[in-house]
Design a protein around this ligand. Structure first.
Ligand code: GDP
Ligand code: IMO
Ligand code: MG
Length: 437
């Protein structure tokens, strides 16, 4: 790569919803460009500023701070949702124009039949997808029959593409007993209006990112979902259809691996998962429900209750191999306050043998019994106290934390073998403590 730009990838280290939105918002002031590289509106990234809550599904989280934001080639775009999101941000005083947002010509477009196919397939497979049409849109991309954003913004090509594809899709939906899809003419009309609205945003995002890096600018890549939802390396088949891991930033945004200068993982101080699939440290008892309620663990996109469990170190070590973390942002530590004992899974026992590694085979993941270390809990504190601690943290770093909380954070860093870059102690922008340099 020519030039001296910096590129940081922010990746979910678990099963998504780690608090990526909050961390990205905290980091954005140091960057010039924010880029989504994969996924679609299955994502739900929350940014809390004072009493205002922003929930981003497709727009990169940098829009809240009015930076330049790009939706990369690896994203699947539902134009209906994107317009709604742009309109709803405008109501909150954030105006999205072509200076703020660009969408790569190569990104693929989600149509109503993708939603219908997603619903129909999931009713049979039980992956517990978000129902946003993500899998079927990526299937079309892989089958070389998808519609790219460059075609979507050309009204004539769009009409031709819908007419060509509609009948086969309607048949497929019917065969799978999925919900009825709108008539081709209706979709053409709806999408033509959306095409007109979104056309000014179309761009070559890859070229723009590479030009920015050549000029020495700083680029933040915003991962959606998480490492264990990766289509290759996650808990297949209970995964999403894209590549959230750091390598996905290169293929999804169109930059070379040498351009990436750091990779920062985001991990909750415990583990959650929404949807089906194995979850070795899952808590099905009162502790699990207490954490769910205290941490408001309900999906940002679908509102489904999230499954909750203890922190899983073999998972985080594997995530480190896959992503190459420069460091980890540990979020939602405040939520663990008030528990007498905190457990951390350090190993698994699989078929009577202990292992430090996250297994590959589905039956081994399902059969993995977590081996825990126990740590003393720390007090449950009201948000106002955590805010005071975060303020003190500006001078003291993690030493501002209650002692047992500090011990917990240090233990996590030591077990994963990666520096902890920040600890988050509340949803609000200011509720974060940075490691002392
Ligand atoms: P993302 O998908 O990774 O961006 O995460 P989500 O936004 O879906 O879910 C994280 C949730 O936790 C959001 O409601 C955030 O506002 C909230 N959150 C983030 N960090 C913290 C924290 O440190 N403490 C608490 N209590 N909530 C947090
Ligand atoms: P963010 O970016 C948590 C999960 C779904 C399901 C599986 C496949 O907010 O972290 P899909 O609709 O992608 O085909 O569903 O992936 N999933 C997420 N879980 N956070 C997300 O995004 C998710 N996006 C998808 O629940 O289990
Ligand atoms: Mg989320």
């Amino acid at each position: 790569m020519k030039g001296s730009g910096e590129a940081t990838v922010i990746v979910g280290a678990q099963w998504g919803d780690e608090g990526k939105g909050k961390i990205i918002d905290a980091l954005v002031p140091k960057f010039d460009l924010v880029v989504r590289y994969q996924g679609g509106n299955n994502a739900g990234h929350t940014v809390v500023v004072g009493t205002e809550k922003f929930k981003m599904h497709l727009l990169p989280s940098g829009v809240v701070r009015k930076k330049r934001n790009l939706i990369g080639a690896g994203v699947v775009v539902d134009p209906r949702v994107l317009k709604q999101e742009i309109d709803s941000l405008a109501q909150k005083g954030v105006r999205i124009d072509e200076k703020i947002l660009g969408i790569d010509f190569r990104a693929h477009v989600i149509f109503p039949w993708h939603n219908a196919l997603d619903a129909a397939r999931d009713a049979k497979k039980g992956i517990g997808t978000t129902g946003r049409g993500i899998g079927p849109a990526y299937e079309d991309r892989a089958a070389r029959s998808g519609t790219r954003f460059e075609e979507f913004v050309d009204a004539k090509v769009l009409e031709k593409r819908v007419k060509e594809g509609w009948e086969a899709k309607a048949k497929a939906v019917k065969m799978l007993e999925g919900p009825a899809i709108p008539a081709a003419e209706e979709t053409i009309k709806e999408y033509a209006a959306l095409s007109h609205f979104l056309a000014p945003f179309a761009c070559d995002a890859s070229l723009e990112i590479n030009n920015a890096l050549e000029k020495g600018r700083r680029v933040l890549f915003e991962g959606a979902q998480g490492t264990f939802l990766d289509n290759d390396f996650g808990t297949y088949p209970y995964v999403t259809s894209s590549h959230p891991i750091a390598g996905g930033a290169c293929t999804g945004a169109g930059v070379g691996p040498k351009s990436i200068t750091s990779v920062e993982g985001v991990a909750k101080a415990y583990t959650t998962r929404v949807g089906s699939g194995p979850f070795p440290t899952e808590l099905s008892d009162g502790i699990g429900s207490a954490i769910r309620e205290k941490g408001a663990e309900y999906g940002t996109t679908t509102g489904r209750p999230r499954r909750v469990g203890w922190l899983d170190i073999p998972m985080l070590r594997y995530a480190d191999y896959l992503n190459g973390f420069t460091g980890i942002h540990l979020t939602k530590l405040d939520v663990l306050g008030g528990l007498d004992v905190l457990k951390i899974c350090t190993q698994y026992e699989i078929n009577g043998k202990r292992t430090n590694y996250f297994p590959v085979k589905a039956d081994e993941i399902t059969g993995a019994k977590p081996v825990y270390v126990q740590l003393q809990g720390f007090p449950g504190l009201p948000p106002v106290e955590w805010r005071k601690i975060a303020k003190e943290g500006e001078k003291k770093g993690f030493a501002a934390l209650p002692n047992e909380a500090k011990v917990y954070v240090e233990k996590v860093g030591q077990l994963v073998g990666v520096p902890i870059l920040s600890v988050s102690v509340g949803p609000e922008r200011s509720e974060i403590i940075w490691a002392k340099k």
